[in-house]
Write a protein that binds this ligand. Structure first.
Ligand code: TEU
Length: 553
């Protein structure tokens, strides 16, 4: 495998609104991030990925951009940004920005012009269509509930929005749109940023004539109708040729509908498209028949198979991204660990998983201290458009709303968006004022200051694991193979090259387990574990993780 800096990088994702408020208005900001750069650096991180910080009316917290060249007033100024970039580079780190290219805000000047009349030059920047049989042009649904079409009285046509009605979809077939977006990318690369995470890049090419979806199931509609459209690879190759290939940068495409049939075609090194994608294999794993807010339980082998299949899919000429949560999903310890009795130890197990798989590692802010899901008592406490849209749909369908609130507790995107817990001071030390969204009450117990003081904290475990990965490059590039794959409590795998072999074993359960596997125990040495108890090599306390090492040559 070819080595590059971005394959070895540990990326730390910041949701700026919730990271640190330096101005005292209850909203995180760029100067707040600057103040915390030494903290981020102390983790051993190489790259910071910032969720959108551009000028936006914040219908979807920045994923609705009004001006791609300006900084959101609440977050700071252009000077603050320049300083942030310099301070990041001065510390030897890099900056990944979020590129939202599938849609703009409805307040973007392209859209206001487009909306003004049927025959203006910007009309074709978006998807405008006449209605059909007194309703919208087709049966497409928005990701956030309701129709994907909004009627505009003035010109008596509908426009397409796969997300909220304040996020109209851009028409990538129009070369002016594409070139306009490439100019924006150039603008940021000229400033010196080091790459882009590309929001819903899988959706930019639409099917000809925008046909009705024949599927009831929304997930199917995404994969078969919305994603991986006919020109997707032509567009990404063009973007690569015109922009990306001019710079030494990293790219990761986010993609609903990027499944095992499509992943490699976005990232194969011979195709000149993207370096990596974020697939949703494990993120949608709990989606029930009615989607994310209809959660189901799964068994461990189903979870392992996501990693097995993707590693296998990408290993010849591709590269993966490893993450266990982000700003769109529940907290990883609440979701895949046990955030009650085994909170600390299961958070460490997950850290070990994250840092021993093949692929570029993406950490999400707060996971390094084991921040957990939140359970606000009423829907009024929630802010996220997706949560509120699903709530509205459920109400209209006459659902049991008390039960639905429990689904919200389990699945809401706001679980990951509560303010970062810096200390046990008011509002978790995030701000001096009541923040834009409530702080999780457990900040008194779970916070950075407390964990800095304790050698055995989750925070310090992350630091150790990050340097462990860096000292053992086989954990980045080495081969991967799952062992005893059908085991329902143990997730074990080998990582090896021609010199060394690691066997990583996780007990994903609340029970003690003896792993009955024919491993030549005498040739392995225990090099890392998350529990301070003496057990036999293949004996595991609840949520215990062990890394064994064998020297080959
Ligand atoms: O998310 C894309 C996406 O697929 C999500 O809508 C995802 O399905 C959902 O959040 C799962 O709960 C990206 C951004 O990450 C998200 O924050 C934005 O809201 C969305 O695009 C629109 O820009």
């Amino acid at each position: 495998m070819k080595s590059t800096w971005w394959k070895e990088a540990i990326v730390y994702q910041i949701y700026p609104r919730s990271f640190y408020d330096s101005s005292g208005n209850g909203i995180g900001d760029l100067r707040g991030i600057i103040q915390k750069l030494d903290y981020i650096k102390s983790l051993g991180v190489d790259v910071i990925w910032l969720c959108p910080i551009y000028d936006s009316p914040n219908d979807d917290n920045g994923y609705d951009i009004r001006n791609y060249r300006k900084i959101m007033l609440e977050f700071g100024t252009e000077q603050d940004f320049d300083e942030l970039l310099k301070e990041i580079h001065d510390r030897g780190m890099k900056l990944l920005m979020d590129l939202v290219a599938n849609h703009t805000s409805d307040e973007h000047q392209w859209f206001t012009a487009s909306k003004a009349s049927k025959n203006n030059t910007y009309r074709d920047y978006y998807y405008w269509r006449p209605g059909k049989n007194g309703g919208p042009p087709n049966n497409w649904k928005s990701f956030f509930g309701g129709s994907a079409w909004e009627y505009d009285e003035q010109t008596d046509e509908y426009y397409l929005h796969l997300f909220t009605k304040k996020q109209p979809d851009l028409n990538w077939e129009n070369s002016k749109v594409r070139n306009g977006l490439y100019d924006i990318m150039d603008f940021w690369f000229q400033k010196g940023i080091d790459g882009f995470r590309m929001d819903v890049i899988s959706l930019i090419s639409k099917l000809d004539n925008l046909p009705d979806s024949p599927f009831e199931n929304f997930q199917k509609t995404i994969t078969q109708i919305y994603a991986n459209g006919p020109n997707i690879h032509t567009y990404i190759q063009e973007m690569n040729k015109k922009v990306l290939s001019k710079y030494d940068v990293m790219t990761v495409g986010e993609g609903p509908g990027i499944d095992l049939n499509h992943g490699i075609s976005y990232v194969h090194e011979d195709r000149n498209e993207l370096n990596m994608v974020f697939h949703f294999g494990h993120m949608f794993i709990h989606n029930g028949p009615e989607g994310k807010y209809d959660p189901i339980d799964i068994e461990l082998p189903t979870f392992k198979n996501v990693f097995n299949d993707w590693d296998n899919h990408l290993k010849d000429g591709g590269w993966g991204s490893i993450y266990l949560g982000n700003h769109d999903f529940s907290r990883m310890v609440s979701r895949f660990g046990n955030d009650k009795e085994y909170w600390e130890i299961s958070a460490k197990l997950l850290a070990t998983l994250l840092l021993t798989l093949r692929g570029t590692v993406y950490m999400y802010q707060g996971d390094e201290i084991g921040m957990t899901n939140v359970a606000f008592p009423t829907i009024e406490d929630y802010n996220d458009v997706e949560t509120l849209g699903s709530w509205k749909d459920a109400l209209e369908k006459g659902k049991d709303m008390e039960a639905f609130l429990e689904n919200v507790h389990r699945q809401s995107r706001d679980n990951a968006r509560t303010p970062f817990q810096w200390s046990s001071d008011n509002f978790g030390g995030f701000s001096e004022r009541s923040p834009w969204i409530k702080v999780n009450e457990n900040y008194v117990k779970i916070n950075v200051l407390e964990q800095e003081k304790r050698a055995s904290s989750i925070l310090n475990y992350y630091r150790e694991m990050i340097s462990f990965r860096k000292e053992n490059i086989v954990l980045v590039y080495g081969d991967y193979e799952s062992l005893d794959n059908d085991h329902k409590k143990i997730y074990a795998y080998r990582r090896w090259d021609d010199k060394d072999e690691f066997v990583v074993i996780h007990n994903f359960s609340n029970h003690e387990v003896i792993w009955k596997f024919p491993l030549e125990e005498a040739s392995y040495k225990l090099v890392k574990t998350n529990v301070d108890t003496k057990t036999d090599l293949l004996e595991f306390a609840p949520w215990q993780t062990k890394i064994l090492k064998r020297h080959i040559a």
